[in-house]
Design a protein. Structure first.
Length: 250
């Protein structure tokens, strides 16, 4: 029987894969048979080592995805080692807070540069190597659907990726390349410790969850495998919200 989730023979680039959601996605893609390019601005050798223990090939390429030359190097190294690119997961991101009234311009620029420009640069660079059946997966956020005080830059960047996904899907659909987005809620990662370690803040947030727990990276890795595989072959321009029901109910 054909396994719709089988990724054997496929090569995936995962940005921000040294830790958190990106690491979880990289490992889960590898478990389903993909070889992985681990991209991050911080060391990613631990992710590489764990992938190799799964009997899959992996390399680490240090990349600032807001820098076009570094993105081009990432893609060139991928082609040099693996000869092809089947899957791109645009996961790398930053969460910087600040009210619009007094936000420093640098916070806005850095947030949009990594969270919005980065996926644009990576997607642009891989398209020339992608063929029919390829998949681009953009990690947005529930903050790309709903707004939050103090999160203007982050919300703007994730909202941009939400609609960038749909626009790119319309652009490359005829080529057989699919583009979809995942919108995580509160996931337990180094980026969310400001929420998860404060009991009062966490309790307030969880009171709105329908599934009464904080998410784990694997909760996003599962949808990523689905969108990377033939199981989602008729989906493009779509969004999957994985937030424990946070924004589903008033």
């Amino acid at each position: 029987m054909n396994n719709l989730f089988d990724l054997n023979g496929k090569v995936a680039i995962v940005t921000g894969a040294a830790r958190g959601i990106g690491k979880g996605i990289a490992l889960e893609l590898a478990k389903h048979g993909a070889d992985i390019v681990v991209s991050d601005i911080i060391p990613g050798q631990d992710t590489v080592n764990k992938i190799k223990k799964l009997k899959r090939k992996a390399i680490y390429v240090k990349t600032d995805i807001s820098d076009k030359k570094q993105v081009e190097y990432l893609i060139s190294q991928t082609i040099k080692v693996f000869k092809k690119i089947n899957i791109l997961v645009n996961n790398a991101g930053v969460y910087l807070t600040g009210n619009v009234s007094d936000m420093k311009e640098e916070i806005w620029d850095k947030t949009l540069g990594i969270n919005a420009k980065g996926p644009f640069l990576c997607s642009q660079a891989v398209l020339k190597y992608m063929k029919k059946g390829a998949s681009i997966i953009n990690i947005s956020s529930v903050a790309g659907i709903e707004g939050s005080a103090g999160g203007a830059a982050y919300c703007a960047s994730k909202g941009a990726i939400r609609l960038f996904t749909k626009a790119l899907a319309a652009e490359v659909g005829a080529l057989g390349i699919r583009v979809n987005s995942i919108h995580p809620g509160l996931i337990d990662t180094p980026m969310t410790t400001g929420f998860t370690k404060d009991k009062k803040t966490l309790a307030g947030m969880m009171s709105k969850f329908l599934i009464k727990r904080v998410g784990k990276p694997v909760d996003i890795a599962g949808p990523a495998v689905f969108l990377a595989s033939d199981a989602s072959s008729y989906m493009t321009g779509a969004e999957i919200v994985a937030d424990g029901g946070w924004i589903a109910a008033l």
